[in-house]
Design a protein around this ligand. Structure first.
Ligand code: ADP
Length: 405
């Protein structure tokens, strides 16, 4: 079975084509600057050289057409016909409260899907555009929506509500949703396998530390709390996002700087976090070297990031009642031994001990805790695409079963 995974952003499309029996990536690629000058498509077929298609990509439809052409053409292709694609898995950022798991996108659910647009106006419309394009271009393939929020739909109401008038929750769906759910779910499932433990007995905290960063407390394979909120702006200090701040700051800054509330939110999203603090970069490689060369604000940014992650891990432990595993993933979590070491050192009080030699690694699955550590600490590179493909595979199978029943 071949499954195509698509991640349609406003100006980009990422894709991977999987052969599911062998979990092999047949081809992958990225189209960027769609609808802008300088648009291009990088396509990497397995076992063949990478191709750069620098032709105008006016919209998502033309982009997906080009991708399908590349997947099937003689020179750069990996399949003979697009009819070989059984299903397409679409990453959709927001599923609101309606979508608690992945769904096959039939016409009758389109309305509910579109209702989620107001919750993620920057992301969902392009995700849905991708589904529409594929419905037209690959009509015989099942289109499956896999949501970044769905994994967190198991949080209890006392966790996801905000202490504001309840009518805003019932009227507007204003509550904590959480994001990075596909990644948290993947790494916790992998962790249980690596540890040889049954997922239903595992209490873990997964740390997705990339440009966007969030933690998730997972009990028996279910999300019970997470640090992001109504939007991905909440929670940890991030690359360019402030994370949690006193909400009164928005009004204060708007008045001082003559800005609208949405302009302040833009600053909190794009000019804050470790970038805003350091004035150097949002990239942790730059920050680590700037801090080493004595730039104080770079050191301050790193100190605040580490403190924010450690403090929030501490805040999640009581939710679980016990911590069996702490798992690091995403760009920083997978690649920065220094940040992992600093976070784990601040968690000594939980009995966490890491082996510095084992921790000195990048981008690989490994247990980095010592044998006498009270909590097992892992690095698990995330793989959101294979997670989406697996979701698609299981939902199609379930669909076939229910048709048969
Ligand atoms: P996103 O998908 O949210 O854009 P990523 O998961 O790709 O983010 O993570 C990007 C972050 O990972 C950047 O801040 C980058 O600095 C960091 N990163 C990547 N490699 C390293 C490294 N070797 N050391 C420290 N940080 C790294």
């Amino acid at each position: 079975m071949k499954i195509l995974v698509l991640n349609c952003g406003s100006s980009s499309v990422k894709y991977k084509l999987f052969e599911m029996e062998s979990a092999k990536v047949l081809a992958q690629g990225l189209a960027e600057r769609i609808g802008m000058p300088g648009s291009c498509l990088k396509h990497k077929p397995a076992g063949k050289p990478e191709v750069l298609l620098d032709q105008i990509l006016p919209g998502h439809s033309e982009t997906v057409e080009n991708i399908l052409e590349l997947l099937t053409c003689q020179k750069h292709g990996v399949i003979n016909s697009i009819q070989e694609i059984t299903a397409v898995g679409h990453r959709v950022v927001h599923g609101g409260e309606k979508f608690k798991g992945s769904v096959i996108v039939e016409d009758n659910i389109f309305k509910d899907l579109e209702k989620c647009n107001e919750l993620a106006p920057l992301h969902n419309p392009s995700n849905i555009a991708g589904i529409n394009v594929c419905k037209n271009l690959i009509p015989y393939a099942s289109q499956v929506a896999v949501f970044d929020t769905a994994f967190h739909q198991t949080m209890p109401s006392y966790v996801y509500n905000y202490a504001i008038p309840y009518r805003y929750y019932s009227g507007y769906g204003l509550r904590k949703y959480g994001f990075h759910g596909i990644s948290h779910k993947y790494v916790v499932q992998r962790s249980a396998k690596i540890l040889g433990q049954n997922l239903t007995c595992l209490k873990g905290i997964t740390c997705h530390l990339g440009n966007g960063a969030s933690l998730c407390a997972v009990d028996a394979g279910k999300s019970v709390d997470t640090t992001m909120g109504f939007t991905p702006l909440a929670g940890l200090v991030m690359g360019t996002r402030s994370g949690d701040i006193d909400p009164a700051i928005v009004d204060f800054l708007a008045e001082k700087e003559g800005l609208s509330p949405s302009e302040v939110i833009e600053i909190l999203n794009r000019e804050s976090g470790v970038l805003g603090l350091s004035g150097v970069s949002s990239d942790f490689r730059d920050l680590e070297s700037a801090a080493r060369s004595g730039i104080k604000r770079a050191a301050l940014a790193l100190d605040m990031f580490v403190y924010s992650v450690s403090k929030n891990i501490g805040a999640l432990v009581p939710t679980l009642g016990r911590l069996d595993a702490l798992v690091f993933t995403a760009g920083i979590g997978e690649n920065s031994p220094e940040i992992r070491f600093r976070i784990c050192s601040s968690l000594n009080y939980l009995g966490i001990k890491i082996d510095e030699q084992k921790n000195d690694c990048r981008g690989m699955e490994i247990e980095i805790s010592t044998s006498d550590s009270a909590v097992r600490v892992l690095v698990v590179p995330t793989d959101e695409e294979i997670m989406i493909a697996n979701e698609v595979k299981s939902i199609i199978k379930d669909g076939q079963l229910s048709l048969a029943n």
